[in-house]
Design a protein around this ligand. Structure first.
Ligand SMILES: CC(=O)N[C@H]1[C@@H](OP(=O)(O)OP(=O)(O)OC[C@H]2O[C@@H](n3ccc(=O)[nH]c3=O)[C@H](O)[C@@H]2O)O[C@H](CO)[C@@H](O)[C@@H]1O
Ligand SMILES: C=C(OP(=O)(O)O)C(=O)O
Length: 429
């Protein structure tokens, strides 16, 4: 199993290209199931989750072809992938494929909308909480689907097709918003989704569906209206830059000091996190083509943070921010409100010398003057990268084990950090 070895202590200087967002690319790829035409996506990151979803979509009959290898080799932005689902050859998404990642469950929406039936294994994904699917089931039932859980599968049907309805999410869910929005595009009549997720990835998906002929308004607000249409057609759509990768590298610079331009990053996708970072003493300057991040030798100020649905502070940056706070000049409180088990990095950061105690869903982080390198274990995607950036700031050698988590969500991580002066290498096997 691959490991990442880091020798910490170097400030970061240079330019890091920001990749297309994993969490935007995945639902866009799934949207290809809604049409027999070709959906072309630009700026698709090269990640294990994307490759896995290609396999899952292939099982349903989606063909794909990839361009852009040359640009990628030259450090350019992502790949262009054409997805074509001429016909759906199988409406079952089997356990072996779906159990590896959460988002694969989302095929249930388009399959039901287009084929009026779906049999989808209950999902896997990062082990950061129980992650139920009740909202998907309730929402799709509101659109007229019959759904039962049988032997670990959601078995769904909608004879005669889905029918538009009003559905108010009892809790904000990104995935359930994606799925209901996709399902409603081909339903009869109007669907109104209330208390919908407002994440930029939802807006990216709505823009994509509209480019395919859907009639969606209000994405990015809590109320989304979808007027069902008879069919969708092909389109060409750009995956938005990854705001979590952006925030992660910004926090790395805040930890190590230095100056880095995050090329292609969009400040409007993570205003809240950038404001919080400014509060720690990090200079953040939006540029035309990205964001500049700078921290001089002065210490890191502690800032309290609570994770919230967008536009609040993202749970996917909580672990990285905790890494930063371990070196602050004082105590900070980090409260996780989205996932009940997303503090697995706490004990690993402690191996590097961090002082963190847990009080329910709040971590109390007492800053220390320095971290010291140690062997650590990656437990999930964002926890893994928090250990990498903490390792960059720690004295001496840190080895992060089980890095396959990282490959799900960070494209060319070692290469990007290495180009900015970090000593970081992958040890295979
Ligand atoms: C691939 C992808 O885009 N993953 C992101 C997506 O995950 P995902 O879409 O799975 O996260 P949700 O927004 O659905 O989860 C939010 C909360 O709702 C709960 N819930 C969700 C569905 C449901 O049917 N019932 C229920 O109770 C979840 O357990 C969680 O407590 O949004 C999360 C929240 O920003 C991010 O951390 C993940 O990186
Ligand atoms: C939790 C994440 O991914 P997933 O929802 O696919 O588990 C993540 O991207 O941080």
């Amino acid at each position: 199993m691959d490991r990442i070895r880091i020798v910490g202590g170097n400030p970061l200087h240079g330019t890091i290209p920001i990749s297309g967002a994993k969490n935007a690319a995945l639902p866009l790829m799934i949207a290809s199931l809604l049409t027999d035409d070709t959906l072309t996506l630009d700026n698709v990151p090269h990640l294990a989750d994307v490759e896995q979803l290609i396999r899952i979509l292939g099982n349903h009959g989606v063909d794909y072809s990839v361009n852009g290898r040359r640009e990628r080799q030259q450090g350019g932005h992502g790949r262009t992938i054409h997805f074509t689902a001429r016909s759906i050859v199988d409406t079952t998404a089997p356990y072996e494929l779906v159990s590896k990642m959460r988002a694969s469950f989302w095929v249930i929406g388009p399959l039901l909308a287009r084929c009026h039936e779906a049999r989808v294994s209950l999902p896997g994904g990062c082990a950061i909480g129980t992650r139920p699917v009740d909202l998907f089931i309730d929402g799709l039932r509101a659109l007229g689907a019959n759904i039962e859980i049988e032997s670990g599968y959601a078995v769904a049907s909608a004879k005669g097709g889905l029918v538009g309805a009003r559905y108010a999410f009892p809790k904000v869910s990104v995935g359930a918003t994606h799925v209901l929005m996709m399902a409603a595009t081909l339903a009869k009549g109007e669907t109104v989704l209330e208390n919908a997720a407002r994440e930029p990835e939802v807006v990216n998906l709505a823009d994509c569906l509209n480019a395919m002929g859907a009639k969606i308004s209000g994405a990015g607000t809590a109320t989304i209206r979808i007027e069902g249409v008879d069919a969708l057609h092909g389109a060409r759509v750009q995956v938005i830059p990854d705001r979590i990768e952006t925030g992660t590298f910004a926090m790395a610079v805040a930890m190590t000091g230095g100056e880095v331009v995050l090329e292609g990053a969009r400040a409007d996708l993570l205003e809240n996190a950038l404001d919080i970072l400014r509060g720690t003493g990090t200079e953040i300057t939006p540029l035309n083509h990205g964001i500049k991040v700078y921290r001089n030798g002065a210490g890191i100020s502690p800032v309290d943070v609570t994770t919230e649905p967008f536009p609040g502070f993202p749970t996917d940056l909580q672990a990285q921010f905790m890494g930063l706070m371990t070196m602050a000049k004082g105590t900070s409180h980090i409260t996780e409100t989205i996932f009940e088990n997303r503090f697995m990095h706490v004990q690993e950061l402690a191996r590097l010398g961090a002082k963190i105690s847990l009080n329910g869903q709040t971590a109390v982080v007492e800053g220390v003057a320095k971290l010291k390198g140690a062997p650590v274990m990656a437990t999930d995607l964002r926890a893994s990268v928090s250990l990498v950036i903490a390792g960059l700031a720690a004295e001496g050698e840190t080895v992060v084990n089980r890095v396959y988590h990282l490959d799900r969500g960070f494209e060319r991580l070692e290469e990007k950090l290495g180009a900015c002066g970090a000593v970081v290498e992958r040890i295979s096997g």
